[in-house]
Design a protein around this ligand. Structure first.
Ligand code: HEM
Length: 314
């Protein structure tokens, strides 16, 4: 007779605990939801991917920014995400609170650049490759490249001589690509340079397109070009190994790499990291150069001061 009330009490206690736990969980979820910025998440999994690709992605983002402000949520390419369009918000992610974030990319983009590229990784592999890249681009190495970089700049300026209108960003992109190739391969023969450029441009065009393997689409063409880039890189690597050239460029660092167990990098790892570096270096450098040119053009006093500094240094 006494067992029943005890069971009832235990049951009541468990129910109260469960309700409290569910209430707390719901409150937490609500709190978390409440912290999300404005915006819409679209359909489950595909989110707003189709909306973005059914128009110019720039128009899609501009419309969202106008409607929701500089920080809004959405769901693209299978990733729930928060889009940031203000320097303060970007500073929060990259500088003051970087420990709360880890870099991840949509799978379709990772596949195109190369899954072994360092920025898709964390831990030992990432740390070793990051150090390798930093070492291969030391100020000393770059100093030795200055005459070659200058030659690329002069040749780029000469090619503009007969043009009526020039798109600065297009030109700085070409310049950044050439400098990237120089830093990665040193003096590379023109056939390889042209083949790399041609296929890299196709990859770039497909990078932000809808990821589908349907033949003829920008994404599928880009994936084919990416495979071709692997073949070209394999040829360059084989030639370098055959000639036993003693270079100090990024490729040499990648080829000579050994971890503490004496493990070297595979050709796939080398290729993915080369394409990854080219990708990381090109648009970023080109945008920075474009802004520098704009500000120097707009402020003649600043331009004169820069000219004097450069003159004094050399
Ligand atoms: C003005 C030019 C550049 C800007 C504004 C820029 C910006 C950035 C930003 C914001 C990141 C992400 C940092 C993070 O997630 O913590 C990054 C990463 C990276 N950038 Fe740049 N970058 C520039 C030039 C370059 C160049 C020339 C290279 C060539 C080596 C390069 C290689 C990398 C690499 C390898 C990473 C990944 C680092 C890691 O995962 O640890 N970047 N860059």
């Amino acid at each position: 007779m006494e067992v029943l009330p005890t069971l009832v009490y235990i049951n009541m206690f468990l129910c109260t605990l469960l309700s409290y736990w569910l209430w707390k969980d719901e409150k937490m979820k609500h709190k978390q939801r409440a912290k999300l910025p404005p915006g819409t998440m679209g359909w489950p999994y595909i989110g707003e991917t189709l909306q973005m690709y059914s128009q110019d992605p720039n128009v899609f983002f501009a419309a969202k920014q106008q409607r929701y402000g500089d920080i809004f949520k959405t769901n693209l390419l299978g990733c729930p995400c928060v889009m940031l369009a203000s320097p303060e918000a970007v500073r929060f992610v990259l500088v003051t609170h970087s420990h709360l974030f880890k870099p991840t990319y949509p799978k379709s983009k990772e596949k195109m650049i190369g899954p072994s590229a360092l920025f898709f990784h964390q831990g030992d592999y990432h740390a070793r490759l990051r150090k390798l890249v930093q070492n291969s681009l030391s100020p000393e190495t770059i100093r030795k490249l200055v005459p070659d970089i200058e030659a690329i700049a002069i040749s780029a300026l000469e090619s503009l001589a007969n043009q009526q209108v020039t798109k600065t960003f297009c030109q700085t992109k070409k310049f950044a690509f050439e400098v990237g190739i120089l830093s990665i391969f040193g003096q590379l023969n023109i056939r390889y340079r042209e083949e790399l450029k041609e296929n890299y441009c196709i990859v770039e065009k497909g990078y932000n397109s809808f990821p589908t393997n349907i033949p003829g689409t920008a994404y599928q063409k880009a994936m084919v070009a990416r495979k071709r880039l692997d073949q070209i890189l394999n040829e360059i690597i084989s030639e370098r190994k055959e000639k036993k050239l003693l270079e100090n460029d990024l490729l040499a660092h990648l080829l000579n790499f050994k971890d503490e167990k004496g493990q070297t990098l595979t050709e796939i790892q080398i290729a993915d990291n080369i394409i990854g570096i080219l990708f990381a270096a090109q648009d970023t450098t080109a945008s920075a150069l474009t802004w520098i040119i704009k500000y120097l053009h707009d402020d003649q006093k600043l331009l004169e001061a820069v000219k004097v500094t450069i003159f004094l240094r050399f």
